[in-house]
Design a protein around this ligand. Sequence first.
Ligand code: SAM
Length: 286
Amino acid sequence: MIINDEPARTIGILKKYNLMPRKKFGQNFLIDTHVIEKIIDAAEINSDDCVLEIGPGIGTMTRHLCDRAAKVIAVEIDRDLAKILKEDILRDKENLTIINEDILKVNVDELVEKENGGRPIKVVANLPYYITTPIIMGLFENHVPMESLTLMVQKEVASRMCAKPGTKDYGALTVAVSYYSECYLAANVPCNCFMPRPDVMSAVVRLKVLREKPVNVKDSDKMFAIVKAAFGQRRKTLQNALVNAQGINCTKEKVAAALESMNLPPLARGEILSLEQFAEMSDFLG
Ligand code: SAM
C-alpha cells in the first residue's frame, strides 16, 4: 500500500516558510500521491525527455519529474516559491532549471531552442485555473515544439476540450484543441486532492500534439476568426453570426451559399460544424 504523506509534507513546507497559498495565482497544491503518479504515467516521461512544468508550486510533482526526465524546466510566477525551490526544497536536483517568470511572458520557443536544441518537449502542469486557456492557446499558436501536454484543468474545461460537435460543451476551445492535438481524458480528480480545496472538480487531460494538421485549410487565421464568431454568439445562426464579424468580411448570401454547398441547413448554428466543416467553410468564404 502506498502511504500518502503529501498532506503532512505540504503543511510542513507551508509552516516552515510561513507561506499562505495565494488565491490570485491559483495556488491549489496537489496532495495526493496517486494523482501525481497518474499524471506522470499519462505524460509518458522517459529518461531522454525535456519537460516544461508550468507552476511547480512547492515542487511536489517537480521532484517526480526530475527523477524520470533528462531535464526539467519549471516556470513559476511566485517569487517566494521560486526562491524556496531553488535554494532549499529542490536544491539537490541537478537536472532542474527554475525560472521565476509569468509563463505568458516567456518566449517558450526560444527557451526550447536554448534548453533542448529546438527538439520537442513534453509539457506537464497542474495549471493555474484563472489562465488555463491563454496558456494552452499561447503554446499552440506560437508553434512551440511539443510532443504532448499533460494537464490538470477544471473538469468543465476538460469536457470542453474533449467534446463532440453538437454537444453543449463543444466550442471554440474544442475546435482549436482538435486542430493541434488528439485529446483524451486521463482521470477525474476530486477537490480533496488539493490544499486548499478548489471550489470545482478537476480532471487530467492528455493532448498528443499532431505532427500533421488533421485538415487542410488555406488560411487558418480566417478559419479561427469564423470559429470565434460562430461561438461568440452561440445562439445565432451562422448566417447572422458571421456577417460583420471581424476578420471574415462576407455577406449573408455568401454564408448561405457555403452552407448549401456543404449540405447543411440554412439556419445551422456553429455548434453542429466539425473541424473539417469549419475548414471547408473558411475555404469557401475565401
Ligand atoms: N504544481 C503545483 C502542484 O501541483 O501542487 C502547484 C499547482 S497550482 C494549481 C498552480 C501554480 O502555478 C502555482 O504555483 C502558481 O503560483 C503558479 N502560477 C500561477 N500563475 C502563473 C503564471 N502566469 N506563470 C507561471 N506560474 C504561474
